[in-house]
Ligand binder design. Structure first.
Ligand SMILES: C=CC(=O)SCCNC(=O)CCNC(=O)[C@H](O)C(C)(C)COP(=O)(O)OP(=O)(O)OC[C@H]1O[C@@H](n2cnc3c(N)ncnc32)[C@H](O)[C@@H]1OP(=O)(O)O
Ligand code: NAI
Length: 325
């Protein structure tokens, strides 16, 4: 029997249930889950605050890492260590907040040998997405010599990973946050300067004084608009998230007068080769790289309350989900 978190349309929305062991169909793989993680999207799903879940009842969890128990796909064999992220898992099909799950093989990558399941999930969709943002900036020849990059929502999961990865790649990273108590931590991750998020969105002109060569934005809305207005000529801004809102009120001025590019980052359906490259690069950071990003290890019982805190913006970093806890 698997032990799973289930979200229903009616109260109580979140329930813990025992489920029959999944039976794989053709092209599917059953995984014994060692760790999952809590992402903003999972928090939206658990709290019902976003239109995430498309089929009720559903096991949420857009991330999972574990060991193949049974496979009906030629790419995977029992005993393989795998990582699952995205592909509508935890939205349209059952996800990672369980002890054992059946996934379509296309949603998986082999976990690099030098990456433990725990470290893979401290990264999870957050680390993968930050790496995809760095890789997209690289395709436009973003260079440290062009100037500092701003990471917004810097204390969040994606934000902390973006600070870590951009700094490791040689960029001067400025970290936008509303949490002054996290400033020292952000500096240990590699942030060069801490920027106050409240002042950042005040009195922003369509073309404001440019001070960044671009950045990685996890907030959206007024924060993204302000960053676009403050980006140097030919800078690049990677749009990742909507923690501050899905809207974007800006002007064409940064794009047509400064040649600024707005890059869309989408991790859910990232092609296999891109995900594989991103995971190899994350593994290459070495043992110990993930530890500073881990904020807590939680069991299924704590998921709902931690999800509420995440939506309220009071969490920081990454929360591992341990099915055995
Ligand atoms: C890890 C990744 C992230 O964290 S991403 C950020 C979290 N995601 C969200 O907050 C998005 C939640 N979704 C919504 O709030 C809504 O879907 C919407 C506001 C974006 C649109 O809502 P609306 O009611 O207008 O339309 P539908 O939901 O019916 O969708 C319209 C159309 O878009 C397609 N679509 C919806 N969601 C996604 C998605 N996540 N990825 C790709 N495509 C999506 C949907 O299939 C519909 O297409 P159609 O061709 O009309 O069937
Ligand atoms: N495009 C993609 O494929 C992906 C998108 N995302 C999105 O990126 C965003 C961040 O995700 P996580 O890091 O997992 O979430 P998180 O909750 O760990 O981080 C969000 C950060 O934004 C900050 N924040 C919240 N409200 C804010 C506001 N109004 N103004 C400024 N800052 C605010 C929080 O304090 C926190 O630091 C989410 O919107 C998520 O949906 C995440 C992963 C993949």
């Amino acid at each position: 029997m698997a032990h799973a978190v289930r979200v229903f349309e009616t109260e109580p929305r979140v329930r813990l249930e025992h489920m029959d062991d999944p039976v794989p169909g053709q092209g599917q793989v059953v995984v014994d889950i060692e760790y999952s993680a809590l992402n903003y999207k999972d928090a939206l799903a658990l709290t019902g605050r976003g239109k995430i879940i498309r089929a009720y009842p559903l096991t949420p969890g857009v991330d999972a890492a574990g060991v193949v128990a049974d496979s009906r796909d030629e790419r995977y064999r029992a005993g393989d260590r795998v990582i699952m992220t995205g592909w509508g898992v935890g939205e349209r099909t059952d996800g990672g907040f369980t002890t054992r799950q059946c996934f379509d093989a296309d949603t998986l990558v082999l976990c690099p040998d030098n990456l433990a399941a725990k470290d893979a999930m401290i990264a999870g969709t957050a680390g993968l997405t930050a790496m995809l943002a760095l890789m997209k900036l690289e395709t436009l020849q973003q260079s440290p010599a062009a100037g500092p990059l701003l990471v917004t929502g810097a204390t969040g999961g994606v934000g902390q990973w973006a600070v870590t990865l951009l700094s490791a790649a040689g960029f001067e990273v400025h970290a936008l946050t509303g949490k002054p108590d996290q400033a020292e931590h952000l500096k240990t991750l590699g942030a060069h300067e801490i920027v106050d998020r409240h002042a950042f969105t005040e009195n922003v002109r369509p073309l404001d004084k440019a001070c960044y060569a671009g950045g990685v934005d996890t907030v959206g809305s007024a924060v993204l608009a302000a960053l676009l207005s403050r980006t140097f000529d030919y800078g690049n801004v990677a749009a990742v998230g909507l923690a501050g809102g899905m809207d974007l009120h800006t002007s064409v001025a940064p794009f047509i007068l400064r040649g600024v590019s707005l890059l869309g980052i989408e991790s859910v359906r990232a092609p296999f080769e891109q995900r594989q490259e991103a995971w190899q690069r994350l593994a290459g950071l070495g043992a110990g790289a993930t530890a500073p990003l881990l904020s807590g290890v939680i069991g299924f019982e704590s998921l709902e309350t931690t999800a509420r805190s995440m939506i309220d913006g009071t969490t920081a970093g990454r929360y591992l989900v341990d099915p055995a806890k």
